[in-house]
Write a protein that binds this ligand. Structure first.
Ligand SMILES: [Zn+2]
Length: 348
């Protein structure tokens, strides 16, 4: 098979022939059709965050077809359409036993990031229990982005505990934010979004945001209070994670409000204990999502309750070009790579 291989950090990927993986016991060989790309991929390329042993294949938003099942696999047959849950978890620790496997204390591989080759390839092998069946009604690229953007957005809105009639400020309308805006709206919340350009503001409105505030030159907490009778929002979902965004988020909350932190950088935000205590604020971290979140968001996609966030596709052979476009930041929603088989399937 061919794969876009990371041979050296800070160097272009190399589209080259590599061995097709052989599924071990309880594993499934998946023929990749589509793989989304995002900021985590850029960090991997640059050697920040996860630093897998090289050569390595990145890519963690994978949709494809079951090509072959390993020994002992039941419940999947060749030809079935699947997406991949990224985390190889122990299944036995407290988080795993209580349906929070994304915070497994014995986390094994992470698809396309750690110990497990990812989706910038024609095939990958993965434990069967990480697969989720998807509908034929959903295009390959839209199924693919459920794996991270969709699942993470769904989990963030779930962690936020949004209820009908509440207000939420969503900071950052990239891939995850594009899903979060739609899901918060679907949950019945009034959605305020923060973005930087007119094009992104327009995109956020098209996804259902009631109002968009500009990050540049706007006092976000003041603008939020103006729009909420001086009270602030019930909830902030910060998908950026800079000192400025966390600070703006905390100061935009009503008394009793909650800040949900999805995005992160090396930044931190010092918060005064009195302000946190006396206003009964809650700060909630959220990591990617549970497998059930992935199942739920892919079902919502199949039911047409959320719209596509994919605005551009590239042949996988041109992964470097796609990543260069992503790096400019001048992209709405998500970019997805299509393998030769994926493009063939789209043409049929
Ligand atoms: Zn575990």
């Amino acid at each position: 098979m061919k794969a876009a291989v990371l041979q050296a950090f800070k160097q272009p990927l190399v589209w080259q022939e590599v061995d097709t993986p052989v599924p071990g016991p309880d594993e499934v060989l998946v023929q990749v059709m589509a793989c989304g790309i995002d900021g985590t991929d850029l960090k991997l390329l640059d050697g920040f965050g996860y630093t897998p042993a090289l050569p390595f294949v990145i890519g963690h938003e994978v949709a494809g077809v079951v090509a072959e099942v390993g020994e002992g696999v039941t419940g999947f047959e060749p030809g079935e359409r699947v997406i991949v849950y990224n985390f190889t978890t122990c299944g036995d620790c407290l988080p795993c036993r209580t349906y929070r496997e994304q915070i497994c204390v014995n986390m094994g591989g992470v698809l396309g990031a750690k110990d497990r080759h990812g989706g910038y390839a024609e095939y990958l092998s993965i434990p069967a229990r990480q697969l989720v069946r998807v509908s034929e009604r959903v295009a390959w690229q839209d199924s693919a982005v459920c794996c991270d953007a969709g699942m993470t957005g769904f989990h963030a809105v779930d962690r936020a505990g949004l209820r009908v009639g509440e207000s939420v400020l969503i900071i950052g309308v990239g891939g995850v934010g594009s899903m979060a805006v739609q899901l918060a709206k679907a949950a019945g919340a009034r959605v305020l979004a923060v973005e930087q350009s007119e094009a992104k503001a327009d995109w956020a409105r098209r996804l259902g945001a009631d109002e968009v505030l500009y990050a540049e030159g706007t006092d976000i907490p003041a603008a939020v209070r103006e729009r909420t009778d001086g009270l602030g929002v019930d909830c902030v979902i910060d998908i950026v994670g800079l000192t400025e965004t966390m600070g703006a988020g905390i100061n935009a909350l009503r008394n009793g409000g909650r800040l949900v932190v999805v995005g992160y950088t090396p930044d931190f935000y010092p918060i005064e204990g009195k302000y946190l205590a006396q206003n009964e604020l809650a700060i909630i971290g959220t990591r990617a999502g549970r497998k059930q979140d992935l199942i739920d968001v892919s079902r919502l996609m199949a039911e047409g309750k959320i719209r596509s966030i994919v605005t551009r596709t590239f042949p996988m052979e041109e992964a470097n070009e796609a990543l260069a476009v992503l790096r400019t930041g001048d992209i709405l929603g998500r970019i997805v790579l299509l393998t030769p088989a994926g493009r063939q399937a789209m043409d049929d």
